[in-house]
Design a binder for this molecule. Structure first.
Ligand code: NAP
Length: 355
C-alpha cells in the first residue's frame, strides 16, 4: 500500500513523448506540479505543446535537463518527488545499430532513473511504461502460454537484437527495473504494458512509431493490400489514465496489460474507409500470407520473413482483465481512437503531398 501526497511534485521522464503528453495533461488537470525531464530545455518548438497545457490547466510544469544515458542527470528533477513516471525510451523500428539506438537507452536509462530513485529519499513509487512487447515477441508465442492468451505472467523470450530489437529493448529494460526494485523496499514499482498506442497526441507532429503506422494506412504505402497482422491496440488517453491509476491507487501492484482490443490491420483499416471514404489510398484488400511472405521484405526492410511467418494470419490474443479488475480501466471504442487519430494526421498536413 503506497499513498502518494498530491501536494508534492511528481516527476516524468520523456515528457516530450506521445504517451507522456497525455500523462502530463492528466496530472495538470489534477492541479499537480510536474517535474518534466527532457533532453533539450531550449527546444521551444517541442515544448510549446506542454507550455500550452500548463497555461490552460490548474497544475504547473518545471523543466529539467536530463538524458537517459547521462548518469545522475535525473537527480534534480526527482528531488522532493514521491512519484516517478518513467516513460522515456526510444520507440522506433528503423535503426541501424539496435544495441546503441534501442537497447542501451532503454536498459541503461532504466538503470539510471531507478538507481536515482534509490538515492532520492522522497520517492515512494515508480510507474514504468513498459509494453506488451515485454510480454510476447511474436503472435505465435501465444501457443506456449498457459491460458491461450498473453497475460501478465508471460515474458518475451523470443526477441533478440536481430529479431524484434525494439521488443528486446523493452523486455530487457523491464527485467532490469524489476531487479533494481527487488533489491530495495523503500519504493514500489508498478508497470504498465500497453499494446500499440493510437489516438490524437498533444503534439500532432510527434515522432512515435504509432504515428508512422497509422499514416501508412492512408498515404498509399498499403494501397495494394494489408497483411492480416494481429495486434493489440489502445487509446493514448486510456494509457494515460492507466498510468494515473497505477500511480495513485495505493494497492496497485505488478504488471498490467493495458490494451483495449485484440485486432488486426484489415480490421483497423475498415473504420477509416467508412469515415473517410476513398479520399485516401486506404488498403483495398487483405494480402494473402504467401504473397506477403514473398514480396513484403522487398518492400519494407524492417519486415522479415520470420516476422511474417510468426505473426501474419495468427491472432494477437491478450487478456486485459487485470487492468479492468484492479485498475478500474474502461476502454474507449476502437473506431473513435482510429478516426480521431487519422483526423489529426489529416489536419496536421501529413497527407498533403501524397494525397
Ligand atoms: P515517443 O513519442 O518517441 O517518446 C519517447 C520519449 O523518450 C521522448 O520524450 C524522447 O525524448 C525520450 N527519449 C528517447 N531517448 C532518450 C534519451 N536518450 N534521453 C532522454 N529521453 C529520451 O514514443 P511514445 O510512443 O510516447 O513512447 C513512450 C513510452 O511508451 C516508451 O517507453 C515506449 O516503449 C512505450 N510504449 C509505446 C507504445 C506505442 O505504441 N506508442 C506502446 C507500448 C509502449 P525526445 O523528445 O527528446 O526525443
Amino acid at each position: 500500500m503506497t499513498i502518494i501526497d498530491k501536494s508534492r511534485p511528481v516527476m516524468i521522464t520523456g515528457a516530450t513523448g506521445y504517451v507522456a503528453g497525455w500523462i502530463v495533461t492528466r496530472l495538470l488537470e489534477k492541479g499537480l506540479t510536474v517535474h518534466a525531464a527532457v533532453r533539450d530545455i531550449e527546444d521551444h518548438e517541442k515544448l510549446k505543446y506542454l507550455d500550452k497545457l500548463a497555461s490552460e490547466l490548474p497544475g504547473q510544469i518545471r523543466y529539467f535537463k536530463s538524458d537517459l544515458l547521462d548518469e545522475g542527470s535525473y537527480a534534480q528533477a526527482m528531488d522532493g518527488c514521491e512519484l516517478v513516471f518513467h516513460t522515456a525510451s526510444p520507440f522506433t523500428v528503423s535503426v541501424k545499430d539496435p544495441q546503441k539506438q534501442l537497447v542501451e537507452p532503454a536498459v541503461l536509462g532504466t538503470r539510471n532513473v531507478l538507481l536515482q530513485a534509490n538515492k532520492t529519499s522522497s520517492v515512494k513509487r515508480v510507474v514504468l511504461t513498459s509494453s506488451v512487447a515485454a510480454i510476447y515477441g511474436d503472435n505465435v508465442d501465444v501457443k506456449k502460454t498457459a491460458s491461450g492468451k498473453f497475460t501478465e505472467d508471460d515474458w518475451n523470450t523470443t526477441s533478440t537484437l536481430d529479431h524484434g530489437a525494439y521488443s528486446y529493448s523493452k523486455v530487457q529494460a523491464e527485467r532490469e527495473a524489476w531487479k533494481i526494485s527487488g533489491d530495495q523496499d523503500r519504493w514500489d514499482l508498478v508497470v504498465i504494458n500497453p499494446s500499440l498506442v493510437i489516438g490524437p497526441g498533444i503534439n500532432p507532429n510527434a515522432t512515435s512509431e504509432s504515428f508512422k503506422l497509422i499514416r501508412n494506412f492512408g498515404d498509399g504505402t498499403m494501397r495494394l493490400g494489408v497483411p492480416q497482422f494481429g495486434i493489440g491496440v489502445v487509446d493514448v488517453r486510456d494509457v494515460a489514465d492507466a498510468h494515473l491509476k497505477a500511480a495513485f491507487l495505493p494497492e496497485a501492484q505488478g504488471r498490467h496489460i493495458v490494451s483495449g482490443y485484440n485486432t488486426d490491420f484489415p480490421s483497423m483499416a475498415r473504420p477509416l474507409v467508412k469515415k473517410f471514404g476513398r479520399a485516401y489510398p486506404f488498403p483495398k484488400m487483405t494480402s494473402p500470407k504467401p504473397l506477403v511472405w514473398l514480396v513484403g521484405p522487398l518492400l519494407d526492410k524492417s519486415l522479415t520473413r520470420r516476422m511474417i511467418r510468426d505473426n501474419v494470419g495468427i491472432p494477437f490474443v491478450a487478456d486485459n482483465s487485470k487492468s479492468i479488475d484492479q485498475l478500474g480501466m474502461t476502454y474507449r471504442p476502437l473506431e473513435e481512437s482510429l478516426v480521431e487519430f487519422f483526423q489529426q494526421l489529416v489536419d496536421s498536413g501529413a497527407f498533403d503531398k501524397k494525397k
